[in-house]
Design a protein around this ligand. Sequence first.
Ligand SMILES: NC(=O)C1=CN([C@@H]2O[C@H](COP(=O)(O)OP(=O)(O)OC[C@H]3O[C@@H](n4cnc5c(N)ncnc54)[C@H](O)[C@@H]3O)[C@@H](O)[C@H]2O)C=CC1
Ligand SMILES: O=C(O)[C@@H]1CCC=N1
Length: 277
Amino acid sequence: MSLGKRIAFLGAGNMAEALVKGLLRAGVAEPREIVCSDRNEARGPELKQRYGVEFTRSNREAVERCELVVLSVKPQVMNKLLAEIAPVLDDKKLVISIAAGVPIEAIERKLGHGVRIVRTMPNTPALVGAGATALSAGEHATEADLAQARALFDAIGKTAVVDEGLLDAVTGLSGSGPAYIFLIIEALSDAGVKVGLPRATAQELAAQTVLGSAKLLIDTGEHPGRLKDQVTSPGGTAIAGLHTLEAGGLRTTLMDAVEAATRRSRELGEKFLEKDD
Ligand SMILES: NC(=O)C1=CN([C@@H]2O[C@H](COP(=O)(O)OP(=O)(O)OC[C@H]3O[C@@H](n4cnc5c(N)ncnc54)[C@H](O)[C@@H]3O)[C@@H](O)[C@H]2O)C=CC1
Ligand SMILES: O=C(O)[C@@H]1CCC=N1
């Protein structure tokens, strides 16, 4: 059922579109309750045609028409956006940021103190109702604000409330994680082709194996190591494959990747704080 709130998306790119589609799919918002704004005019007809949502090139107009305001531009243009919308934002509106790295304090400073902010880090599988989002409330956001923001993201996947200091780590793991997993699926598909499978079959088997393994882990609550052991017969095929992955340093590589992305999220935040234009 619709939450009965009008939601503005300021910056209607990839992540905003994933959220819009996920929210409509879940039925928590009606198309007429969603107002997207983007400086790229071409997004208007695309989004209207795909989802029937409202579109404007004016960020201010989108803010004025909505109770919930989602900040969904890149961190690099956030300061400009905040300066533009500050005059039309008051404490009656709830601001939800999805931007990597941008600290709540910096948004509060730009928008004026007292503004109610929930900072989040979603991911693109929200588009199909399988997102993973972490949320953190700003100083002036109430319990009800956090619950409201959480209800939006609960409709399109799983949520967790964390301290703001952990959001860079979330960005490194689940925010950026779909990119790692798509790379892995692409690599497994290539591998399937290398050992003789047709491309389409290889990709279908690779994707279903990732989906099925995640579902098995979540549904059973088993430790991943135990589930791995169940695939691994003595002297069999899986242990031969695992040996090669260990020799190639897959675990370390994944840890390094999450660490690098976390670091980058922190850097984006620091740059944002330095650049107060
Ligand atoms: N793509 C992803 O997987 C995720 C992205 N995010 C965050 O979401 C935000 C958006 O990322 P994407 O959607 O990937 O980027 P994107 O580049 O696809 O979308 C950004 C949109 O903002 C528009 N834009 C730029 N300046 C604007 C302005 N002044 N006013 C209005 N619109 C403006 C651009 O035309 C573009 O359509 C970023 O802050 C990113 O950190 C968070 C989680 C995951
Ligand atoms: O690459 C990025 O900056 C965004 C944030 C999380 C995923 N993509």
